[in-house]
Ligand binder design. Structure first.
Ligand code: SAH
Length: 346
């Protein structure tokens, strides 16, 4: 069975030819899937019944379906748990901002990066998501909320650069004028720092934003909390980021989750300032979301404010991440994890 939702228009044209259909059908089907959010062949009313049956016999629509949804009473943020066609689950988050709605999608089922503070990686990696499954998270949320999406961040479960081909395919399809047509400038990919992936992404010449999950300003500390630091040194990551920056001149973002007494010292401020020196960047401070399994605590409010102020003395742009949906299951991966635990009990 072919995965129709992950096909580009040229691929779909080829597919049409292979099943003895006219190529113009490809664009019609593409629009049903990617503009009108169709989840079944029956909805495609400008196709004959015969063609719809043929499609159903040859291809699958591996759309996601809503399994659970939690809405924050504080800010309206919604967290979705989706079921995939093979029974696996992934999470996505919908956030309402004044400047438009942002969706945070997952790129893998689980993750194999092993960051010690992250709930998504506890069960390891199950599998990569297809481009269609990433798109489908957005379509399902648009259907449920009835609202437009202006920004997409690949910051849910998974390491996007560990699923390179499908993620790049997704980026092309989400910005395609025959689909949602979201500007590349409104797309952000967040990585824990896979150097070859960052360099390869630079070669794609996309205008998308890149965020690096830094979380520690030196290799020794970073190795303690992020196993990926054993494979890539900060010096090489920095070089790769500068290489990426030269490809599209988009301001880089560094994510830094503040963990009490681990990475929130004055020394960390100094090292962090030295690391980003001369870069066009923003440091996004995040109070670490406590995960039951790891015993980390977030830096208290005053400590975060002081960390920010000290960084700003170096002329660095710093924001403190608005905590969206704190009341709905905290850190990424927790909703999925809870549901998996529930499944296992049943
Ligand atoms: N693998 C990619 C994208 C997914 S993680 C990456 O590492 O960037 C998305 C972001 O959430 C990353 O910055 C990650 O470090 C952060 N994160 C994970 N667990 C967290 C927690 N408990 N508290 C705060 N941020 C967390």
């Amino acid at each position: 069975m072919r995965d129709l939702l992950s096909m580009t228009i040229p691929e779909m044209q080829e597919f049409m030819t292979s099943i003895g259909e006219k190529t113009f059908r490809a664009k019609q089907i593409y629009e049903w899937l990617h503009k009108k959010g169709a989840v079944s062949f029956d909805e495609m009313t400008n196709l004959s019944k015969g063609l719809r049956e043929k499609l159903a016999a040859e291809a699958q629509l591996r759309s996601v379906s809503v399994r659970a949804m939690q809405e924050s009473k504080i800010d309206g943020t919604r967290k979705y748990l989706f079921r995939l066609y093979d029974g696996n689950n992934v999470e996505s988050v919908w956030m309402k901002y004044h400047h438009g709605n942002t969706i945070c999608i997952s790129s893998q089922v689980g993750c194999r990066m092993g960051c010690s503070f992250c709930a998504s990686t506890i069960g390891g990696l199950t599998r990569n998501l297809s481009a269609g499954e990433m798109l489908s998270q957005i379509y399902a949320i648009s259907r449920d909320t009835g609202e437009r999406t202006s920004n997409v961040v690949i910051m849910g479960t998974g390491e996007p650069l560990d699923n390179y081909e499908q993620v790049v395919r997704f980026l092309h399809m989400i910005s395609d004028e025959n689909g949602l047509n979201i500007s590349e400038r409104n797309l952000t990919l967040s990585t824990c720092g896979l150097v070859p992936g960052i360099r390869r992404l630079a070669e794609e010449k996309l205008m998308i934003n890149l965020a690096l999950s830094l979380h520690a300003p030196n290799d020794a500390l970073r190795r303690e909390i992020m196993p990926v630091a054993n494979s890539f040194a900060l010096r090489d990551i920095r070089e790769a980021l500068l290489y990426y920056y030269r490809s599209n001149h988009r301001r880089l973002t560094f994510e830094y989750a503040l963990i009490r007494d681990v990475n929130d010292t004055d020394r960390c401020v100094e090292e962090l300032a030295a690391f980003v020196k001369g870069m066009n960047c923003l440091i996004n401070l995040i109070p670490v979301n406590p995960v039951r399994e790891n015993g980390y605590h977030e830096t208290e409010r005053a400590g975060i404010a002081a960390f920010k102020k000290n960084l700003e003395k170096y002329g660095i742009n710093v924001t403190i991440r608005r905590e969206m949906g704190r009341d709905i299951d905290g850190a990424c991966g927790q909703l999925r994890k809870r549901c998996t635990e529930l499944d296992n009990k049943l």
